[in-house]
Design a protein around this ligand. Structure first.
Ligand SMILES: [Zn+2]
Ligand SMILES: [Zn+2]
Ligand SMILES: [Zn+2]
Length: 325
């Protein structure tokens, strides 16, 4: 295009500029040529030019000042260099990221992410690699699932090789990622050793942010610590241990707790709270019940206490009989 063009605007790249109808001084054209460009027009105001890059033939808008003082950077060639860098690093360049020096890229697995140019350069040299967070999360969840654990999130203690998991028994535990893969760890909530240790059946009362009072019934070796460290996600939430029943072994506690939930669900299905009501507030696997059936729950816990004692007495009797033989 030339300064005699009758159009009012010109499009360069993906932007449209008003044409600034004025002559192009020869001295500017000479400077442009020296730097590998040709001035093809003037836009916006007397300070801006359209340059065509001789190497690639693409046009760009530049300030006259920039042309005079430095070698303008051709965005088309810059993009091409980024594309080549990304390809050499094994990914696809999608464009510039939201932060300076970040590129949006497509990983070979098909996930989109963004990385710093500097990292991509190290990947190209083979001194670094790009890990897909999405694929990693997917893999860790699957590995945990296959061992009856659920991936909850990052390690609360900030250890990069650890994650927080929840066992199907309801116990939360930090586990090294590699141990979850190999299975070389035991659940602190229900492992063999623990199931022989004394335990408790407990009931706790919570006030949810909806204002509803809820009751949780469960078993734990240490109900106080379970309440403090594992159940409550918001530290200010009102929660209180309202009953603990000592049980001779963890294994018996598991059985009694299951039986209790079964009865409560069967007798008071209307009091079982919907998970959506407390999911973000109380970290539990089993049910929460509306506090309106607290009396019923306490009555069932009386039964639990009686069952537990009866079972212990029977076991003691059997043990004595075995000794006499
Ligand atoms: Zn270029
Ligand atoms: Zn991926
Ligand atoms: Zn467990």
């Amino acid at each position: 295009m030339s300064q005699f063009n009758r159009r009012w605007t010109i499009t360069v790249g993906d932007q449209t500029y008003p044409i600034f109808d004025a002559e192009i001084p020869d001295i500017w054209q000479e400077i442009a040529e020296e730097k590998g460009f040709e001035i093809t027009g003037r836009v916006r105001d007397r300070f801006h030019l359209v340059l065509r890059h001789n190497d690639c033939g693409a046009e760009m808008v530049s300030k006259v000042f920039t042309l005079r003082t430095t070698i303008p950077v051709c965005p088309t060639c810059l993009d091409e260099r980024r594309r080549v860098l990304c390809a050499a690093a094994g990914v696809t360049y999608l464009g510039r990221g939201h932060h300076p020096n970040y590129f949006r890229i497509l990983l070979p697995c098909g996930h989109e992410t963004s990385r710093q140019q500097e990292l991509l350069e190290r990947v190209r040299l083979g001194s670094n690699e790009i890990r897909c967070e999405e694929c990693l999360g997917h893999r860790l969840r699957a590995e945990a699932r296959s061992r009856d654990w659920e991936l909850i999130g990052a390690d609360p203690q900030g250890e990069l090789n650890y994650r927080l998991y929840r066992h199907d028994c309801g116990h939360f535990q930090r586990v090294a990622v590699v141990n979850m893969l190999t299975g070389r760890f035991t659940c602190g909530g229900c492992s063999e050793g623990w199931t022989r240790d004394p335990s408790f059946i407990y009931a706790m009362r919570f006030v949810l942010t909806s204002g509803r009072e809820a009751i949780k019934v469960g078993f734990s070796r240490d109900p106080q610590s379970r309440l403090r460290h594992q159940l409550i996600t918001d530290r200010d939430q009102y929660a209180m241990l309202i009953r603990t029943i000592p049980i001779s072994t963890g294994r018996l506690a598991i059985i009694l707790e299951k039986k209790l939930h079964l009865r409560l669900r069967r007798r008071h299905p209307e009091a079982v709270l919907d998970r959506s009501e407390f999911g973000g507030e109380v970290r539990v696997v089993s049910e929460l019940y509306c506090a309106s059936i607290e009396t019923e729950i306490m009555r069932l816990l009386d039964d639990v206490e009686i069952w537990a004692k009866a079972i212990d007495r029977r076991r003691a009797r059997m043990a004595r009989r075995d000794q006499r033989r």
